[in-house]
Ligand binder design. Structure first.
Ligand SMILES: CC(C)(COP(=O)(O)OP(=O)(O)OC[C@H]1O[C@@H](n2cnc3c(N)ncnc32)[C@H](O)[C@@H]1OP(=O)(O)O)[C@@H](O)C(=O)NCCC(=O)NCCS
Length: 120
C-alpha cells in the first residue's frame, strides 16, 4: 500500500509478505515490513494511517496474525506486543520481534522458525 500526495508524489509505503512459522505445527502469518515514510512527511500520521489501513485490509483477506521486527515504542500503539517463541532468521534481536493479532488469541500456541511461505 502506498500513500501519495495530491500531485502523485510518493509519501510513504508499507509492504507485507506471507510467511510460515514452522514448529511442531505450521502456521501462516503476515510479515510486516518495510514501512517507510518520506523524511519530509514524517510525524504527520502517515505511518499510522498506512499501518491501520493495511491491517484492516489484511483482516478482510483473513490474515489473523502479523509479525514484524521493529521498535516496540512505535508499534505498541497499534496493538503489537513482544512475541516469544517465534524466531526470525539471525541476526535478529528477539526483543524486537513483535506480534499483532486480528482476533483474540491468534498467536496462542504458535511457535517456531519464520520461513518462506509454503501455503500452510
Ligand atoms: C517509522 C516511520 C514509518 C513512522 O512514520 P510516521 O509517518 O513518521 O509516523 P506517525 O506520524 O504515524 O507517528 C509519529 C510518531 O511516532 C513516533 N516514532 C516514530 N518512529 C519511532 C520509533 N522508532 N520509536 C518510537 N517512536 C517513534 C514519533 O516520535 C511520533 O511520535 P508522537 O506521535 O508522539 O509525536 C517513519 O518514521 C520512517 O519511515 N522511518 C524510517 C524508516 C523506518 O525506521 N521504518 C521502520 C522500520 S522497522
Amino acid at each position: 500500500m502506498v500513500a501519495r500526495d495530491a500531485d502523485g508524489v510518493l509519501a510513504g509505503a508499507i509492504r507485507y509478505w506471507p510467511v510460515s512459522i514452522v514448529g511442531d505445527q505450521t502456521h501462516a502469518a503476515l510479515l510486516l515490513g518495510p514501512i517507510a515514510v518520506h523524511p519530509t512527511r514524517q510525524g504527520e500520521g502517515l505511518g499510522g494511517l498506512l499501518i491501520r489501513q493495511s491491517l484492516g485490509v489484511a483482516a478482510q483477506f483473513g490474515w489473523e496474525r502479523v509479525v514484524l521486527v521493529g521498535d516496540a515504542p512505535y508499534y505498541q500503539r497499534f496493538g503489537f506486543t513482544q512475541l516469544d517463541g517465534v524466531v526470525m532468521p539471525p541476526p535478529t534481536n528477539p526483543d524486537r520481534v513483535l506480534a499483532f493479532s486480528q482476533g483474540n488469541g491468534a498467536w496462542r500456541g504458535v511457535a517456531g522458525k519464520v520461513r518462506r511461505y509454503d501455503g500452510a
